[in-house]
Design a protein around this ligand. Structure first.
Ligand code: SIN
Length: 481
């Protein structure tokens, strides 16, 4: 097992190697330098594509049972090294330790699930009009895949892509986020320890993603791109991928509405909105961005929500008591501050929070009466800020919820079954949580509609993204029997 100190300027391309350039990785909590990490460019990308292709030629011929066995060992090693993985994540991107431990389990869940699913990639045999023909639809791995993962889930977003890819027989080159490469490097090291052949999973950190990513996207041996990140970057990657007509999965930005209907139990609804909003300090694509509450409940809800928000412990991510750690970097804090200032200038009322707490810490914040054209009602805030707005009836709630170019996750709270199903059907989103602020799971489809993405990750849907369907038509000799 490698340690953070030993990660100095190395990268994985079939083997561990010292890189020519490195960059300083700094703790968002203290600013201290945690490690120097390889800073790789276009040459490394091209080399990794060649290694991934060679490794693919052998890996695609292994049986599903052999691949499942490696994935099972990988999952076991993740559990064995859970504390090290959680601590590394907490140190490099500031996720509180308790939550980081949860993410290790979530990430390992993808590995375990796809170890099983590898053996259920079935294909089909289907009838022909011609009596002498036998028709097959075979499922085969797409080929080497290139994955770009975000810093907000440094482990789970890696395994959500790598586990189905490797289970399907694909190889993967992974570019982790600049802010969280160590978690991904640890995962790759555990993959090798589990018996994953060299070159099947390569992790290439960089401080400057564009040259590296461009080299991999331009390479025709790389057959698939899977990206989790902003809609803006996703659009550029989508366009660049057109040149080599890659298979593509994009999990992009969201702007999740949370609708609290008039029949809701206020305390229960508050608990679910808290879980959705303040997970990872509001730095998830599926966090509630806009909280719409029926006008009859809005005062009681706001009071209870503000009280719960004020109980959150903001502090050192390595402290067991911490609920909210630092934001990931200065840009993130600047965006949150800009959104709050903008909302206040447009007439919102500050209920609690609303200020920086030193360093990269921002106080969990609740605002009410936020104007529909405020920045935070249109763009992802990606921070611990909840704007509360009242609505009059169900039709207005649905209209407000859908009034966005995004369509990743939406939430609603009601005990009226008819309302729950009808509203869930009307919401233009890939994921709907009904009385459930955290619906994500390794076995469930995750992904968006509209400008929130293309494709689904998780469950049987996730492995399909790494499979091609090949039609085989077999003409039989009639006289044979
Ligand atoms: C994300 O924010 O991109 C992932 C969140 C999740 O898996 O629930």
């Amino acid at each position: 097992m490698i340690t953070i100190d030993a990660l100095d300027a190395r990268y994985l391309s079939g083997e561990w190697r010292r890189a020519e350039r490195s960059y300083a990785l700094r703790s968002p909590a203290t600013g201290e330098e945690l490690a120097r990490v390889a800073d790789l460019g276009a040459d490394a990308g091209r080399e990794a594509a060649a290694v991934a292709w060679e490794a693919f030629l052998a890996w695609r011929r292994t049986t599903a049972f052999e691949r499942a066995a490696v994935l099972e060992r990988w999952q076991a090693l993740m559990h064995e090294h859970a504390e090290e993985l959680a601590t590394t994540m907490a140190r490099e991107m500031g996720k509180p330790l308790r939550e980081s431990r949860g993410e290790v389990a979530y990430a390992a869940g993808f590995v375990g699930w796809y170890a099983e699913e590898a053996k259920r990639v079935y294909g089909d045999a289907f009838p022909s009009q011609a009596g002498h023909k036998r028709l097959l639809a075979l499922k085969q791995p797409v080929g080497p895949a290139f994955a770009i993962t975000p810093w907000n889930f440094p482990l789970a977003m890696v395994t959500r892509k790598a586990a189905p890819a490797l289970a399907a027989g694909c190889t993967m080159v992974l570019k982790p986020a600049e802010q969280s490469p160590l978690s991904a490097l640890l995962l790759a090291d555990l993959w090798l320890d589990a018996g994953g052949p060299a070159g099947t999973l390569q992790v290439l950190p960089t401080a400057d993603p564009v040259p590296l990513a461009d080299a991999l996207i331009a390479d025709p041996r790389v057959r698939k791109l899977s990206f989790t990140g902003s809609t803006e970057v996703g659009r550029q990657l989508y366009a660049k991928s057109a040149a080599t007509v890659k298979r593509i999965s994009l999990e992009l930005g969201g702007h999740a509405p949370f609708l609290v209907f008039e029949d809701a139990d206020v305390e229960e609804a508050v608990a679910q909105v808290m879980a959705s909003k303040f997970r990872n300090a509001g730095q998830t694509c599926v966090c509630a961005n806009r909280v719409y509450v029926h006008e009859s409940l809005v005062d009681a809800f706001t009071e209870a929500y503000a009280a719960a928000t004020e109980r959150l412990v903001v502090g050192d991510p390595l402290d067991e008591r911490t609920d909210i750690g630092p934001l990931v970097d200065e840009q993130a804090v600047a965006k949150v501050s800009r959104h709050v200032t903008d909302a206040l200038e447009r007439g919102a009322q500050l209920v609690t929070g609303g200020e920086r707490r030193g360093g990269l810490y921002y106080a969990p914040t609740v605002l009410k009466g936020v104007a529909p054209d405020a920045l935070m009602m249109r763009e992802e805030t990606f921070g611990p800020v909840a704007p509360i707005v009242a609505f009059r009836d169900d039709a207005e709630a649905v209209r407000l919820a859908n009034d966005t170019p995004f369509g990743l996750a939406a939430y609603l709270y009601t005990h009226d079954l008819t309302r729950a199903l009808l509203v869930a059907e009307e919401l233009e989103y890939g994921i709907v949580g009904v009385n459930d602020g955290v619906p994500s799971a390794p076995y469930a489809p995750f992904g968006g509609v509209k400008q929130s993405g293309v494709g689904r990750e998780g469950g049987p849907w996730g492995i399909e993204e790494y499979l091609e369907t090949k039609f085989v038509s077999v003409g039989l000799r009639r006289e044979a029997l």
